[in-house]
Design a protein around this ligand. Structure first.
Ligand SMILES: Cc1cc2nc3c(=O)[nH]c(=O)nc-3n(C[C@H](O)[C@H](O)[C@H](O)COP(=O)(O)OP(=O)(O)OC[C@H]3O[C@@H](n4cnc5c(N)ncnc54)[C@H](O)[C@@H]3O)c2cc1C
Length: 392
């Protein structure tokens, strides 16, 4: 494992970082050929998709092992993509691997694992609070051997250029709330599926993998065989993908923190405020550095411990910890990025370092994957239950 991590680290610093500057200043679609050339190199080196099983071309790493890898890949915005370990494909791969039919695996999972196609996950709707995952209007009505899907989704990450989406749609509106929806594979070129736009996020529409789309489904017809798992199991499957998914996200955030921390220290140690007087001699900056170091180390240990709990006791038993790391690490990420950016002054606001890109695009960390407030309330309610307070 330590050899694998060392190889991945070398690739990131020697091959990925030189392309990072271009990624920060050019549209993703324009840079794709160069990124794909590096992806081929990753494959040749035997480092491809290390989280996937050997039969799918990966290294079969455990959740905890991959957590370490994810932190290294997170040190550059292109790291996960170069190793085919990027969200949402990684979650879709896991879902199809665990619950896909043989036909779904051959048609969608295998090319996804080989990096020949990309995918996306369409759950959130503009008209409904995404923080309430059982409340949505997109419907999939049975018509013979088909589903006919109608609905409106947005913030579907990486839909631009994806070959298929997994859509969450209501298949039984009169069932219990958690059994109403199903997850259904829809090819992005299915008649009636329109990618309305790439949503401008903090002033950037992005393109290709690096974008979030609004989608409209109007009478989209797909075979019933495209449903993943049982009818009505959509919510349960979504919950299942969240446990490991959160470890991946949190360790990616820790990777971002480590890079931001290094950049902050490099700047503090070299920027002169006046001849011979360095920024890092200021107590304010020293405190930012010490606080950041403590917060990143503590966050890393909390996430790794949670990964170990998921592996030993299952995601359901570890659900409090999974909620704790979500909001805790998202907060650490925001604070560390903010301090690093402040240390760089006006240079921090430019795209000459990755700090501003992360500052814009990772603000969402406190919103996606369940807003922080929802996780805090869920954990607190369960804690208070132990003290006799039963609230909804
Ligand atoms: C960068 C990014 C990428 C995303 N990618 C995807 C994707 O690929 N696929 C997909 O389907 N969705 C995606 N989303 C959508 C994301 O899942 C939703 O934004 C999220 O679930 C919150 O839903 P909402 O935006 O409708 O906010 P709302 O539900 O309207 O909530 C708004 C705010 O209200 C507060 N709030 C909500 N509930 C509570 C509560 N119970 N207690 C206290 N406060 C509360 C929170 O502060 C929250 O931020 C993405 C979002 C972002 C920002």
């Amino acid at each position: 494992m330590s050899e694998l991590l060392a190889d991945i680290r070398s690739f990131i610093s020697e091959r990925a970082l030189p392309l990072e500057r271009a990624f920060l200043s050019r549209p993703f679609n324009e840079l794709e050929p160069e990124l794909n050339a590096l992806r081929s190199e990753v494959k040749r080196l035997g480092l491809w998709a290390p989280h996937l099983s050997a039969e799918l071309g990966g290294r079969g790493l455990s959740l905890t092992e991959f957590a370490h890898v994810s932190a290294v890949l997170g040190e550059t915005p292109i790291g996960h993509y170069l190793f085919n370990a990027q969200a949402p494909d990684i979650g879709n791969c896991e879902l199809l691997h665990a619950h896909g039919s043989a036909e779904q695996k051959a048609k969608w999972l295998e090319p996804l694992a080989r990096g020949e196609i990309r995918s996306c996950f369409a759950m959130t709707e503009p008209e409904f609070a995404g923080s309430n995952p059982v409340w949505m209007a997109t419907s999939a009505r049975r018509d013979g051997d088909d589903y006919v899907i109608d609905g409106h989704k947005w913030f579907t990450s990486s839909a631009d250029g994806a070959a298929f989406t997994i859509v969450m749609a209501v298949t039984a509106s009169d069932a219990k709330p958690h059994e109403r929806a199903s997850q259904i594979i829809v090819p992005m070129n299915a008649p009636g599926l329109a990618r309305v736009r790439n949503i401008s996020v903090m002033g950037d529409e992005g393109s290709g993998y690096a974008s979030h789309s609004e989608l409209r489904f109007t009478g989209v017809r797909v075979p019933v065989a495209n449903r993943i798992g049982a009818e009505g199991a959509g919510f349960a499957l979504a919950q299942e993908r969240l446990g490991p998914g959160r470890i991946h996200h949190c360790m990616r955030w820790i990777g971002i923190c480590e890079r931001a921390f290094r950049l902050m220290c490099e700047r503090a140690a070299t920027r002169e405020l006046s001849p011979g007087h360095l920024l890092g001699e200021q107590q304010a900056v020293q405190h930012w550095i010490a606080e950041s170091r403590a917060e990143i180390d503590a966050a890393r240990l909390l996430v790794l411990d949670t990964a170990a709990q998921i592996e030993s006791r299952g995601a359901h038993d570890a659900r409090d910890r999974i909620s704790l790391i979500k909001f805790h690490v998202a907060g650490v990420l925001q604070r560390v990025l903010d301090r690093a950016l402040q240390t760089y002054g006006s240079l921090g606001m430019t795209d000459d370092t990755p700090l501003a890109w992360w500052y814009r695009h990772e603000r969402g960390a406190r919103i996606y994957d369940g807003p922080d407030e929802v996780h805090k309330s869920a954990v607190a309610r369960r804690i208070l239950k132990g003290f006799g307070l039963n609230s909804k």
